[in-house]
Design a protein around this ligand. Structure first.
Ligand code: ADP
Ligand code: MN
Ligand code: MN
Ligand code: MN
Length: 344
């Protein structure tokens, strides 16, 4: 007997990488082998030396094909033929940083916002016009406000059947816009799972004849963009009595010197279109943090201030951010500062 392994990888498309996948039939009980692909078709190699290598890094049941029968989704990292990380492989760099700061036990919860499209307009936008202005759509109910719930429910079910640590879903501020959250989980795990959850989103929506996009500003003008708020904590931040001091150290570290720009320029293509200072965002070129402040770059939830411990929310990352990159930058910046301050 055989099973189907869907090998999934992140390509070299610029400025925002895309997901690719292909299927391999394996004999029952077989280990997942290294595999290859044509890198010249994914912006990862030139035609005269086109082979790239797929190395499995994260495997889960395939809910589309019925994971019960042994079919699996296999997230891979891309290697060169000498088995060194390919230049498009941002996971390898995260693995190094996560290892360096593992003792601080950093964990992340990422809020993935996205938008459904039918043809050239967001689901729920009338042909040649606009729906009623924003106000009633966020967490709404009813056909006048909600568009695509059947797809969202099917995606949630698929994520759960794949065993992903998805922690919730909600309808967003713009019609046709939704969110799911993954985490809290360690950096590599949350990022691997977010990539799988994104693949499942596209794949699930395919069956409903709609497209899902991570475009950070799918409709110009007075419509919310799509982000990927990244919630972060270390053991010291989660545990009192010095938790709050550690939280402040982390917030301050993100504002030091060149850090705000170092982060923002790696938080997804088109970030200046979304971080305008309007629509619950802080301007991309000004760093700020505050309690309950949805107009700040980084928010400390009210409950966290009250408890004197918990986590912080970096509200800047775009929906199209690479989770391997945002988690690496946050661990690198915050954990180094916490180490320096002796708050570990
Ligand atoms: P918001 O109020 O910003 O919409 P959500 O409920 O959508 O918040 O998302 C909050 C995210 O923060 C969830 O993914 C949750 O798992 C995550 N989270 C909760 N506690 C922590 C923690 N201690 N460290 C990191 N992430 C956390
Ligand atoms: Mn949210
Ligand atoms: Mn949201
Ligand atoms: Mn949020």
């Amino acid at each position: 007997m055989t099973f189907k392994a869907e090998y999934i990888w992140i390509d070299g498309t610029e400025p925002t990488a895309k997901l690719r996948s292909k299927t391999r039939i394996l004999a029952d009980g077989a280990e997942l082998p290294l595999w290859g692909f044509d890198g010249s078709s994914t912006n990862q190699a030139k035609g005269h030396s086109s082979d790239c290598v797929l190395k499995p890094v994260y495997t889960c049941p395939d809910p589309i094909r019925g994971g019960g029968e042994g079919d699996v989704l296999v997230l891979c990292e891309v290697l060169n033929t000498d088995l060194t990380p390919h230049e498009s492989n941002t996971r390898a760099e995260l693995a190094e940083v996560a290892e360096r700061f593992a003792a601080q036990e950093p964990v992340f919860g990422i809020e993935q916002e996205y938008t459904f499209f039918e043809g050239d307009r967001p689901l729920g936008f009338p042909v040649g016009g606009f729906p009623a202005p924003q106000g009633g759509y966020y967490c709404g109910v009813g056909v006048d406000e909600i568009h695509g719930r059947d797809v969202v429910e099917a995606h949630l079910e698929n994520c759960l059947r794949a065993g992903l640590g998805i922690s919730g879903i909600n309808a967003e501020v713009m019609p046709g816009q939704w969110e799911f959250q993954v985490g809290p989980l360690p950096a590599l795990t949350v990022a691997d799972q977010l990539w799988i959850a994104r693949w499942l989103l596209y794949r699930t929506a395919e069956d409903f004849g709609v497209a899902a996009t991570l475009d950070p500003k799918p409709v110009k003008g007075d419509w919310n963009g799509a982000g990927a708020h990244t919630n972060f904590s270390t053991k010291a931040m989660r545990e009192g009595p010095e938790g709050y001091a550690a939280i402040i150290t982390a917030c301050e570290s993100l504002g030091e010197g060149s850090k705000p720009l170092d982060h923002v320029k790696n938080y997804g293509a088109g970030i200046d279109d979304r971080l305008t200072g309007l629509h619950e965002t802080a301007p991309w070129n000004e760093y700020s943090y505050g309690v309950s402040d949805r107009g700040a770059s980084v928010r400390i939830p009210w409950q966290v201030e009250k408890d004197g411990k918990g986590y912080i929310e970096d509200r800047r990352p775009n929906a199209n951010v690479d989770p391997y990159v945002v988690t690496r930058l946050m661990v690198d910046t915050c954990c180094a500062a916490l180490e320096k301050a002796g708050q570990v």
